[in-house]
Design a protein around this ligand. Structure first.
Ligand SMILES: N[C@@H](CCC(=O)N[C@@H](CS)C(=O)NCC(=O)O)C(=O)O
Length: 219
């Protein structure tokens, strides 16, 4: 079970002025679970529930998300992501691949952090500068994909790093529909990934669309 605070976090940052809750960091977890066909329940915590305090007091670090897998209770998004990646077999075929997946994942989270910061800015002044920095940010992934015959970021099987990249590409395409024009390998990769039956179904679902990370005013 995934317990996520995205609505609570959104309400806390009410100046972001988007009426729907953004997917944020937990979305990679959902993408991985959906693509792998894993069953899970999700509870979204509202601001009212969170403010009441009992739930916060019960969380080990006073924060969400929280993930329960049988008798294992996990906090910390990255611990949850990596636990699931290991469990679902999307963490590389050996330690070498796992290390490369971690490296890619960390670099992608650096981009995600900048992206989330932009999404929560009150006005659009940062958008132009942000878009100018995209070639530098995404070129390492373009290069990696153009030289990896396996068709994935690491090895020849989908991994946690691919889920993180796919999600970032989807969100950046909303922010800037032409941004992928300069990246032929990323363009082809995104098409292939989004054609995976479970990913395609989730990407086109109302559930996915109900959590736009790019508020309409930013797109
Ligand atoms: N390092 C933690 C950070 C968790 C975090 O910042 N959670 C926020 C929501 S995204 C939260 O619970 N905020 C409410 C609070 O701190 O009271 C992780 O990656 O899971």
């Amino acid at each position: 079970m995934l317990l996520d605070t995205k609505r609570a976090a959104q309400a806390l940052k009410s100046e972001a002025k988007t009426s729907r809750s953004p997917p944020g960091r937990a979305e990679v977890i959902r993408l991985m679970l959906k693509d792998q066909g894993a069953d899970f329940d999700e509870k979204v915590v509202t601001m009212e529930m969170w403010k009441e305090g009992t739930l916060k007091a019960s969380c080990l670090f006073g924060q969400l998300p929280m993930f329960q897998d049988g008798d294992l209770t996990l906090y910390q998004t990255n611990a949850i992501r990596r636990h699931l990646a290991r469990k679902l077999g999307v963490y590389g075929k050996d330690q070498r691949e796992a290390a490369l997946i971690d490296m890619m994942d960390e670099a992608l989270q650096d981009i995600l952090n900048k992206f989330i910061k932009l999404m929560f800015e009150k006005d659009d002044t940062g958008k132009e500068g942000y878009l100018k920095g995209l070639p530098k940010d995404f070129m390492p992934f373009e290069k990696t994909l153009s030289s990896n015959e396996g068709g994935f970021l690491v090895g020849n099987k989908i991994s946690l790093a691919d889920y993180a990249l796919v999600l970032l590409l989807i969100h950046h395409e909303v922010l800037s529909p032409t941004f992928l024009d300069a990246f032929p390998s990323l363009q082809d990769y995104l098409k292939r990934m989004c054609a995976r039956p479970n990913l395609q179904a989730y990407h086109q679902s109302d559930e996915f669309k109900s959590r736009p990370i790019v508020p309409e005013k930013k797109a």
